[in-house]
Design a protein around this ligand. Structure first.
Ligand code: SF4
Length: 193
């Protein structure tokens, strides 16, 4: 860190401490200090260009990684990319948060039972069994729709499917076919949100 930046940061922290004593919210000061530190790290980082994985627009990104640890420090839009010229939508702009650098990222199955207020760690077998059971229950009780000929139709309105734009076109096709086979009509996609 340069002397000038160090002084700016020190002043910010000192001012923050004084404001804290007056009962003023310091979040903005803390965020600014963290951004200054991050900006210094990014300047020294290895910068690699890549493409956002989320949708077919294919925006360009610059990924900054620490030269020693290989850890991702920052991901931002690539201003030299012909498609996005540095801009990103909310999903692309938040892509850093989905990387391993985010220690708050969810990596385990957490379950909160009905009428409780605490989360319990479970394994994937538990989650998959429960999801399958819930789908079966809904399908068993939801076949109430009939067509003009009085025939029961495959229509399930008590469930919805929200697809991830983190999957490719073929996976999207297979997922949509699967959701339709269950009778779902409320099918949407993250890329539309
Ligand atoms: S999800 Fe957003 S940032 Fe990513 S490629 Fe699509 S438009 Fe660009």
């Amino acid at each position: 860190m340069k002397r000038r930046d160090f002084l700016k940061l020190s002043c910010g922290v000192a001012a923050g401490a004084a404001l804290s004593g007056l009962g003023i919210d310091l979040l903005a000061v803390e965020v600014h200090a963290a951004e200054l530190t991050k900006a210094e790290l990014v300047k020294k980082a290895l910068q690699t260009t890549t493409v956002c994985c989320y949708c077919a627009v294919g925006c360009g990104l610059i990924c900054s990684t620490d030269k020693k640890s290989g850890q991702i420090i920052n991901i931002e839009g690539d201003p030299e990319h012909p498609i996005n010229e540095g801009s990103l939508c909310a999903k692309g702009a938040g892509i850093y948060q989905t990387s391993a650098a985010n220690d708050k990222r969810l990596t385990k199955v957490l379950y909160r039972a009905p009428y409780t207020d605490s989360w319990v760690e479970k394994d994937w077998d538990f989650a998959i069994d429960r999801i399958a059971r819930k789908i079966k229950e809904e399908r068993d009780k939801s076949f109430v729709y009939k067509n003009a000929k009085g025939q029961t139709v495959n229509r399930l309105e008590s469930m919805a499917h929200l697809g991830s734009s983190n999957i490719d076109s073929e996976e999207c096709w297979a997922t949509a076919v699967y959701a339709r086979s269950l009778g779902l009509v409320y099918i949407d996609h993250q890329a539309r949100v």
